[in-house]
Design a binder for this molecule. Structure first.
Ligand code: SF4
Ligand code: SF4
Length: 387
């Protein structure tokens, strides 16, 4: 098995659009689908928090939208969406702050919070960590997934890129739960590989356009850190190959030091051997020449970050629904949409939330016609409760 990926330098073109176009053109003959025939295309940028450095650049997403328009894809066949972690933010709020929402409005495409729909329960064959698994409906429904990752260091996962970006297909609250399942960097790597395995088996039509224009470094990634100019875009259909090549360009030792890449490689979910990756456009040597070293957090840092997230961050920041009784009209919609039957509703009474069953997807809040459900951070009480 082999795969082709392209590497282009944005400075060799007069715009990011032309660079992206060149990158796609180089590998277009390998696509197992015709983009123009896809009727439900989902663009999945990385929207972590409301700062441009932490996200796939709006100008990058804009260029992909322009490309799709240029080849004749209709606007109403395209959605852009994500689900960030749930520390006081939603994908829409982040998109508005960094200017991506405006880009979507101007392009006439819909921006979606993945929490707007009821999550779909799915099985992952051979799952190691994610045995009770839900994903966002827009991801389940799309017939072409365009993954727009940004290369950054990651305190817990070592790096985030093409494979890790799919963690956002899990609705916000559930991510907290799944972080708790992956209790060490290795176990978290297994959870990321489980999630990716669902993608590989269920979403055959994928295109990855990798934002390596400005790359985040250092132990505070993926949230913040020094930004290094790489000026590169990578395009392909095999996420593992793209992550491996990105690390090679950054002169990093290799996939065995990144738990989720190693796990994906061992499960045969992608191509990780450079000998089986045909590189088009810039050669690996050319790309490496002008690129600074990608400095990832050391082992101690990844263990420490993992301890902090599993022991404190996700327990404290997990959101739970609470009821504003005065607003509630006792219609019962919340109970109907809850995917885990975590809302007891008896006609003409108020809904009651069952904390242990609740997976924090916040669908009840999205669907309530009265806005009578408000999210509440569990706060430090979360440290002492298992739900
Ligand atoms: S959907 Fe809203 S208004 Fe209806 S019962 Fe639930 S909380 Fe009350
Ligand atoms: S009660 Fe919990 S699981 Fe049910 S819809 Fe609301 S947030 Fe989701």
């Amino acid at each position: 098995m082999s795969t082709k990926i392209s590497i282009v330098n944005v400075n060799d073109y007069d715009s990011i659009l032309h660079a992206i176009k060149a990158g796609i053109t180089l590998i277009v003959d390998t696509l197992p689908f015709d983009i123009r025939e896809c009727k439900n295309i989902l663009l999945k940028p990385n929207l972590l928090r409301p700062t441009k450095d932490a996200c796939t650049q709006p100008v990058f997403v804009e260029a992909v939208l322009e490309y799709l328009k240029d080849i004749g894809v209709e606007n109403n066949n395209i959605n852009v969406g994500d689900s960030p972690c749930q520390i006081k933010s939603s994908a829409k709020m982040i998109a508005k702050k960094i200017g991506l929402y405006e880009v979507c409005e101007e392009a006439g495409v819909k921006f979606i919070n993945f929490e707007q729909d009821i999550p779909v329960q799915e099985d992952i064959d051979g799952a190691i960590r994610l045995k009770d698994y839900y994903i966002s409906k827009p991801v389940k429904d799309c017939d072409l997934l365009i993954n727009l990752p940004k290369l950054k260091t990651h305190g817990e996962a070592t790096m985030t890129g093409a494979i890790k970006n799919y963690w956002g297909i899990i609705p916000a609250g559930l991510k907290a739960k799944y972080h708790l399942v992956g209790r060490t960097p290795d176990k978290f790597g297994e959870a990321l590989a489980d999630n990716f395995s669902w993608i590989v088996k269920n979403k055959p039509n994928r295109l990855i356009i990798y934002d390596c224009v400005k790359v985040m470094q250092g132990p505070m990634g993926p949230v913040s850190g020094p930004m290094k100019q790489w000026d590169l875009i990578l395009v392909g259909t095999d996420e593992l190959a793209l992550d491996v090549v990105a690390l090679e360009i950054g002169k990093f030792k290799g996939l065995k030091y990144v738990p989720h890449l190693n796990n994906v490689y061992e499960r045969g979910l992608g191509i990780g051997d450079l000998d089986n990756i045909e590189i088009l456009g810039l050669s690996l040597e050319e790309a490496r020449k002008s690129t600074p070293k990608f400095k990832v957090p050391g082992k101690f840092m990844t263990k420490f970050a993992s301890f902090i997230t599993r022991s404190i961050v996700y327990k404290v920041t997990k959101k739970i629904p609470t009821l504003k009784k005065k607003l509630c009209i006792q219609c019962g919609h919340c109970s109907e949409v809850c995917p885990t039957n975590a809302i007891n509703f008896i006609n003409e009474e108020y809904p009651e939330f069952l904390r242990r069953e609740c997976i924090s997807c916040l669908c009840c809040m999205e669907m309530c016609p009265q806005e009578a459900i408000k999210p509440k951070l569990r706060g430090f009480g979360g440290l002492f409760h298992s739900y």
